[in-house]
Design a protein around this ligand. Structure first.
Ligand code: RTP
Ligand code: MG
Length: 140
């Protein structure tokens, strides 16, 4: 498998608890490189676009409200089989189901406040990266 990029967000529950560095340490220990990173306040429009795939789901309003409730850190990660590698490091969506040593097991508070986002396919990674970064902001 080749080197591949993925898109990550450190979510408001984690930035509120000052966990950016602790989460980045887990990411880097797993062999993923942080090749772009910016702290932003997501607008409602950005959050609605980003999570548009979930707009019919009952938790959509809550999710948009949460993602805009405090700053987030948007990142591009790169590594061998990067999309799947980061999903492994993140752990299951619900921290109660997440494996030991994963970011969500270590830090997440609930299925909603689950500390990180990671792209679920290479195709979505490209779309998500382009939503937040221009090519010149990514230094691999
Ligand atoms: P993400 O997109 O944030 O990386 O998370 P994921 O792939 O593991 O989970 P997904 O099914 O894409 O859901 C997106 C985010 O919506 C929130 N959620 N809340 N209250 C609920 O039942 C519920 N289910 C999902 C979570 O924040 C989840 O990460
Ligand atoms: Mg998802």
């Amino acid at each position: 498998m080749a080197v591949q990029r993925t898109f990550s967000i450190i979510k408001p529950d984690a930035t509120n608890r000052n966990l950016t560095g602790a989460i980045n340490a887990v990411i880097e220990k797993a062999g993923l490189r942080i090749i772009a990173q910016r702290r932003i306040q997501m607008s409602q429009a950005q959050a609605e676009e980003f999570y548009g795939v979930h707009k019919e789901r009952p938790f959509f309003g809550e999710l948009v409200e949460f993602m805009t409730s405090a700053p987030v850190v948007v990142q591009v990660l790169e590594g061998e089989n990067g999309v799947a590698a980061y999903r492994d490091v993140m752990g299951a969506t619900n921290p109660a189901d997440a494996a030991d040593g994963t970011i969500r097991k270590l830090f997440a508070l609930s299925i909603g406040e689950n500390s990180v986002h990671g792209s679920d396919s290479a195709e979505n990674a490209e779309i998500e990266i382009a939503q937040f970064f221009t090519a010149d902001q990514i230094v691999g």
